[in-house]
Design a protein around this ligand. Structure first.
Ligand code: NAP
Length: 480
């Protein structure tokens, strides 16, 4: 079994103790990863600060060239890194390869954006003054990433931060550190200077506290649960530490009677079941206009029954395991709760019998009551709760009745309705007739308790830049 070392100040460090990483398809360990402690993280932050002084001075184009070189190495190693994502996270291999491809695209997008950290010249109000707005990298960034998209979400932080001229200490999730360490190998092979990008694995709360308390760490960027986001917000108060927060979601899907039914069924299927339902933008509530409610259910259940469940390394698999036993338990509880409150169970509903690992059957529930747990809590499982609505006003009200505001979907062929709905929905990302809306060049992030700030797009780079106004007194009297 391979033991992966940490990546600290340009060296692969085999620190102790090593931790076993479990394959959720077998519930067996398949790799070991070294760990370290808070004191070593403090040293890593110091090294990152030293590296920052040189890295920030490189022209954006030169930093971009390094990012392209990392992307080249990721692309060359797509098969083994894709396999590692499936082994540690469980998602089907085709989706893992898609995650590698999207990671490469993020790197290349920010490699180009590195040259576009534009400031501006602002017209003056007083003669003898000139005004410049300039951008400066913030410094050392503490990046904390989750297990559900272990590579791409780490890069949504690292790529723009590095492009901006910051240095990064990445703390991946405990369940999925392997692909972060494979990314470190790509960074190393691409020749990035020591200390510019580092990966630490260890106690999450202590690491969070170090990022918060250490004055050399100038920004924390976090993707994970709203609960941990709240802990970071509280901790950030003491030092007024800047935070970017990508937190939980509870996406509604609105299917209007005028929708193309096939497009709506396929779009909802992918929005719900991609990554086995363990996505922050997963469809959590499917709301269907009453005239097509039964027809939608019939078609959606038929397609759900076709989904192939299995180990993500087997060919043709659509649904892998959940990440751990706790995920399975939550899924079963959400089904039992919804059924106890009157929902109809149309398919699935239980742990897949007779196989090891954490597999849950793709599940459709109809007539789900609004007070059911799955209608307000993130399910993070392949469970689709469906219910009927009457009219656009009711659909919007139900869609917005959530503490979250990360993403939302609507299916309609009426252009005016599409505009009314996109303007009314309280969500940072909206898919209209589209179940996979995220892309490198557009901002991604949440409203309400889904977070602060945006990743990707132009906004993704700006999140790691300070803005300075320089007021310049000049002698403007003509000479000679
Ligand atoms: P999580 O439990 O909040 O963990 C996320 C990361 O935070 C992990 O690296 C974890 O480390 C670390 N962490 C835990 N406690 C911490 C603390 N006190 N201080 C600092 N770091 C701490 O979330 P998860 O279960 O991994 O991920 C699922 C959640 O992420 C869902 O709510 C999902 O919606 C959300 N998510 C949001 C987005 C988005 O873009 N908005 C994208 C993906 C996922 P350990 O694993 O070592 O404990």
């Amino acid at each position: 079994m391979t033991t992966y070392p940490l990546y600290l100040d340009g060296q692969f460090v085999a620190s102790e103790p090593a931790r076993a990483i479990v394959n959720p398809a077998t519930a067996e360990p398949f790799a070991r990863v070294c760990t370290t402690d808070r004191a070593r993280l403090a040293v890593a932050i110091q090294d990152a600060d030293r590296a920052f002084r040189q890295w920030r001075r490189l022209p954006g184009k030169a930093r971009g060239a390094f990012l392209h070189a990392v992307a080249d190495r990721l692309e060359a190693r797509r098969d083994d890194i894709g396999r590692a994502i499936t082994m540690e996270n469980g998602k089907p291999l085709a989706q893992s390869l898609g995650e590698v491809a999207m990671s490469v695209d993020h790197l290349r997008w920010f490699a180009e954006e590195a040259r576009r950290a534009y400031g501006r010249v602002v017209p003056h109000q007083v003669d003898g003054k000139r005004h410049l707005v300039i951008k400066a990298p913030m410094g050392v960034v503490g990046a904390i990433s989750p297990w559900n998209f272990p590579l791409v979400l780490a890069l949504r932080k690292a790529a723009p931060a590095l492009a901006a001229g910051c240095t990064v200490v990445l703390k991946p999730a405990s369940q999925t550190p392997v692909c972060a360490l494979l990314l470190a190998e790509c960074v190393h092979d691409a020749g990035l200077p020591a200390g510019v990008f580092q990966v630490v694995v260890g106690p999450s709360a202590a690491f969070g506290d170090e990022f918060l308390a250490n004055p050399l760490c100038r920004k924390i960027t976090f993707t994970g649960s709203t609960e941990v986001g709240r802990v970071l917000v509280q901790g950030a108060a003491a030092a007024i530490k800047p935070l970017s927060l990508e937190l939980g979601g509870h996406a509604p899907v609105l299917v209007f009677a005028d929708a193309d039914l096939d497009v709506a069924v396929e779009g909802t299927l992918i929005a719900k079941f991609r990554n086995t339902g363990q996505s922050c933008i997963a469809a959590n509530r499917v709301l269907v206009e009453r005239p097509i409610y039964e027809r939608f259910l019939e078609a959606f259940v038929a397609r759900t029954r076709q989904l192939k469940v299995g180990d993500g390394l087997e060919p043709g698999v659509d649904i892998g395991p959940l990440v751990d036993e706790a995920g399975l338990q939550k899924a079963a509880e959400h089904v039992q709760d919804a059924v106890a409150r009157g929902a109809r169970l149309l398919c699935g509903g239980r742990r897949v019998p007779g196989r090891p690992g954490y597999f849950f059957e793709p599940t459709v529930l109809a007539d789900v009551r609004p007070d059911s747990a799955c209608m307000s809590e993130e399910t993070f499982a392949p469970i689709a709760p469906v219910c009927a609505f009457d009219g656009e006003g009711e659909a919007i009200a139900q869609a917005n009745a959530s503490i979250y505001g990360l993403s939302a979907y609507a299916f309609t062929r009426d252009l005016s309705r599409a505009f009314r709905v996109m303007e009314a929905l309280e969500a940072g990302t909206i898919g209209i007739n589209d179940g996979v809306p995220s892309t490198s060049q557009c901002p991604f992030g949440g409203m309400k308790q889904s977070g602060w700030g945006r990743e990707l797009g132009l906004e993704g780079l700006d999140a790691f830049l300070d803005t300075k106004h320089v007021s310049l007194g000049v002698d403007v009297e003509p000479r000679g």
